[in-house]
Structure formats: C-alpha cells, structure tokens
Design a protein around this ligand. Structure first.
Ligand code: FES
Length: 554
C-alpha cells in the first residue's frame, strides 16, 4: 500500500492505484470521463487534471501511478482552470439539449458541467452535426447519436478488453472523428448494452429503455437476475409499479460491472401479471374456472390433499427463493408426509459474464436457484417421473419451458386435481384446476444461491396488486392450515429459522454484505473499487421500495 496526501488528507491506497483513484479514496471528487476502473488507462479526455508536488506540469491524474509519499493538489486554481478549459472545449461541440436527451440525470457531462464548468457559454455558434450518425441503431440493443459523443473511447475499450469482440472503432479524423462499428458489423455481443452503461454521455443509449422514463423518477431496488445460475447483481429500476429496466450492480466476484443482454432485457416481462385472483374449477372435468378468494382457494387445496395424502405429489422450482423452497420442503415432510418435492431445471443456452476474480464464468441453467433449492431439501431430477398422483401441486407454473407444451402438460394433467402457483398464462395454467396468483421477481424478498455458492439477497421492488401474493405468503398461509407456519413470518424470519439446517447459510446475517453479492473474501483492491471509485449507474446507494422516491413533477 502507498501513503498519499490529497489536499492535505492522507490516504492509503494499493500500490497499483493511480492518482485519480487516490483522490476518490480521499473523498476528493475529481471529474473524469474516460477513466473506468476495469478498462485500460488512455488519458483521453483530459478532464481529471491535478497538480502533483514535484512535477512541474499539470497532470491527468488517471495516468499518474501513485507512489509512497506522493502529494496531490486536486483543488488548486491551476487544476480548476484546466478542468474549466476542458469542459469549455467539450461543450463547444456538444448540443445543449439536456432537456430532450435521454441520458439527462445520469450524464457525466451534465454533472461535470455543473460541478467543473464555466457558468456561462462564451460561444453561440451552431453545434456540430453528424447527419446519418445520429439516433441510429448500431446493434439490436444500442442506439448511437454521435452529436453527443465526447470521444472518451470507453465503449471502444469495452468491446476490445471486456467482450473481446472489437465491434467499435473511430472513423474519420480530426473534428469529424466519430465512434462507429467496423463496416458491416453490428454491435451485437452477449454484453452489448453494457457499452451504453459505460458511455458517460448520451452518445450510446439502449433502445429498450430510451425515452420511457426520466431516470430521476426511478426507484432502485437491489436484486439478482433470475435468468441463469450466475446470479448477476442488478438494480431493478421501477416507478408506479412498472419495471422500466435492470442495471448491473457492482459485484467483483460475480458480475463485476456487467450483465448480459439476455438477463438485462428480462425486465419487461416482469410487468406481466395474467392472474390477479385465485381461480378454482369447482366441479372438475370440463367446468370453467371461476375467480375466488384466498380462503376458499387454500381450503380447497387442503381438502384435496387431505383426501389421500399418500397420493399427493409436489413439484418445486429453481425459481423459488431458498426460503420458499425450505417452506415447501418442510410442509411436505412434516405436515403432508409426502416426501421431498422434486424439481427440474432447463439446461442451456450457455450464459457467461466476466468478473474481476474469475475472468469469464458460465451458467447453463435457465433458473437462478437450483443450489439453494437442493440445500433447502428439494430433490433435483433430470426428468420428472411419470407417476399419476391424485393431487399434483406445482409451486411454479413456469418452472420449465416445457410448461408451454400441451403434450408435456397432458402428462401432468393425469392427476385428478392439478394445483399451480402462477403469474403468466401458459398451457399448464390452462389445464390447472386451482390457480394461485403469485408475484414476479420484483415482488419477492429472499435469497438465491448462485453457481459459485454465494448466497445473495433480493429485495421487494414492487408490492404486488392487492390479491396477488408471493410464493412465500402462499406457502405460509397453506402451512398455517396444518398449524405448521405462522402467517406473520417474513422472509427474514424464515431465513433465520432455516439457517441451522440449510448448508451454506450458517453464520450469515440477513443484512450482511455477504448477502448482497460482495463476498467476504473480496480483495482490498476490489473492495476499493466498490467503495465509490466509479459513479456509473448501479453503484449508488440503494433505497428501500418507494418511500424515498422524489415527488413527481407537476
Ligand atoms: Fe483522466 Fe480522462 S484523462 S479521466
């Protein structure tokens, strides 16, 4: 570690840190554009200027390695004047259209113009235009607008150094330079939308989120992507019960600063809620299902099960949180006496993400929590057995893609009574006798265990519509009918009850860092990165649902 003095404050930083990182560690905010903790240093934007004692010329701090005893002066007149000059130079050719730019609110140019720019513009000439290179899709998810580019090269370096696909480059020269794709090649890789994340301005934005919501209206809730077992840490960004986007949250040992496009664009699907009330088919056979209340629905489930508990079969799901899986397993074992519930996971296609600790890590399961479910007492099977029980209870009607296949469903429909937890309609819910409406990922609280065995917590982003319940609440209310559970238990209560019996959970605390994707074994350098070096979306402090949301504009 090196001892560095920044504006009179002494900090210890890793020997491989640079002066910009030392300033951030000392709490001195040095504006920057091209620096990113996971990309190579290019010193391109000249925004991070500081003075270093003993060095005659002013320096771009991101290009200066620290040394023990270094003295950095980040707030001198000379440093501030240099940053002013850089901002003025950038703004000469940047459109002054923050009110209609979708990056407004999370734009480093906007932030730095306020914090480090001149109060007035000294130019009134029309800004540079790039007809044909503005508001143009350059891949399936990314829209480019080169009138806004400040040539920081973050996106080019991201495609070269992180995805190693190299789709982006500079074309043209001098004042005409723009970032574009190599001829004929789309920006189309597994992580392409992360190129928009690293863009500090509005030059690259994602097609799926563009102009859907002003970012300052969005509430942020920490969660974990449920697209595969890697378990990328995400922020669910939502407003008025609508999920607008997922952004990656920094977790150096899991997904670092990134997430794949497949996981990111699962967000829209969370807004679908086909079942708003329990539904029940009274007479069996061909009768239509009708809507009912929870009391009648759960009483009917209990009555069906109690007819002959030896002929009840329960199927779980790797989309359940570990707490929900533990309740399901406990209910089956202790109250229903039907043995361990089975579950199966769809395999493929292979997903991958790059992180600081492992390089690339891979996921091949299409669900987030098979390890947690096994630890909680569910039995993994590669294919479900073809027994025909009297009652089949399925705790997730979308546990597999096969649930959309009428032939597969016909096999499950052999049961006399088919009960499902469901959010979206498919062939399995069409066939079911009792449908219990449940919340999506954004309505749940609990933990998942990822491919590396890390226990990661998800928080409730959106409280579901009044009659919809979480799987946890459904299981608690069902279990209460056998006096097995208390309906007032929260996910945290269940977490604490199951800790002793679930492998990997002993010693963890509900609020510990280990549960938010930052494992305790994190290296000092990695911790240092997480502790606020980078202000990209997703690194900010996360609010609890809704209550801290800013007021709507009139
Ligand atoms: Fe240092 Fe760009 S030159 S952040």
């Amino acid at each position: 570690m090196a001892k560095v003095t920044v504006d009179g404050r002494v900090v210890e930083v890793p020997n491989d840190a640079n002066a910009l990182e030392a300033c951030r560690a000392a709490g001195v905010d040095v504006p920057h554009f091209c620096y990113h903790p996971r990309l190579s240093i290019v010193g391109q934007c000249r925004m991070c200027m500081v003075e270093v004692e003993g060095v005659p010329k002013i320096q771009a701090s991101c290009t200066v390695p620290v040394r023990d005893g270094m003295v950095i002066k980040a707030s001198t007149e000379k440093a501030l004047a240099a940053r002013n000059a850089t901002m003025e130079f950038l703004l000469i050719n940047h459109p002054l259209d923050c009110p209609i730019c979708d990056q407004a609110g999370e734009c480093k140019l906007q932030d730095n113009a306020f914090a480090a720019g001149l109060p007035v513009s000294r130019t009134s000439e029309p800004r540079r235009q790039f007809p044909g290179y503005d508001r143009t899709p350059i891949g399936p998810h990314v829209i480019a607008d080169m009138t806004r580019c400040i040539q920081c090269t973050r996106c080019i370096r991201f495609c070269e150094e992180i995805t190693e696909t190299g789709e982006l480059t500079f074309i043209e020269r001098g004042g005409h330079t723009i970032v574009w794709t190599h001829e004929g090649k789309a920006l189309d890789n597994d992580l392409s939308a992360c190129a928009a994340d690293v863009c500090p301005v509005g030059a690259l934005t994602t097609r799926d989120f563009r102009f859907r919501k002003r970012v300052w209206w969005l509430d942020k809730t920490r969660s974990v992507c449920d697209g595969c077992e890697i378990g990328c840490n995400i922020s669910i960004e939502h407003r008025d019960r609508i999920v607008y986007r997922f952004l990656p949250r920094v977790a150096p040992a899991v997904n670092d600063f990134w997430m794949c496009d497949y996981g990111r664009f699962r967000s829209e699907e969370l807004n679908r809620q086909d079942f708003l009330k329990p539904e029940i088919r009274v007479a069996g056979g061909d009768a239509e299902r009708r809507q009912t209340n929870w009391g009648e629905a759960l009483d009917a489930v209990k009555a069906a099960i109690e007819k002959d508990p030896s002929k009840v079969r329960v199927i779980g799901s790797a989309f359940l949180t570990t707490e929900e899986a533990w309740l399901l397993a406990a209910l089956c074992k202790d109250s229903l006496k039907v043995g361990s519930p089975e579950f199966t996971v769809d395999i493929g296609p292979k997903r991958r993400i790059r992180n600081k600790v492992d390089g690339w890590i891979y996921g091949s399961e299409a669900a987030p929590n098979s390890r947690g479910c096994e630890a909680a007492g569910l039995t993994r099977t590669s294919s479900l057995s073809s027994s025909s029980p009297a009652v089949l209870y399925i705790s997730d009607a979308s546990f597999s893609e096969k649930c959309k296949d009428p032939a597969f469903v016909a096999g499950l429909r052999q049961a006399s009574v088919l009960i499902v937890h469901a959010r979206t309609r498919n062939a399995l819910t069409d066939a079911a006798d009792i449908v219990l409406p449940v919340a999506p990922l954004s309505g749940k609280e609990g933990t998942f265990v990822n491919a590396k065995g890390l226990v990661q917590r998800i928080d409730t982003a959106i409280v579901s519509p009044p009659v919809v319940r979480t799987d946890l609440e459904v299981l608690l209310n069902l279990g209460a009918r056998w006096n097995a559970f208390d309906t007032q238990w929260t996910a945290r209560d269940v977490f604490e009850k199951m800790q002793a019996s679930v492998a990997g959970y002993a010693g963890l605390a509900w609020d510990s860092d280990a549960l938010v994707g930052n494992p305790p074994s994190i290296s000092p350098a990695a911790a240092y990165d997480v502790l606020g070096l980078e202000r990209d979306p997703g690194v900010e402090v996360f609010s609890r649902p809704s209550v801290t949301a800013p007021d709507r504009l009139p």
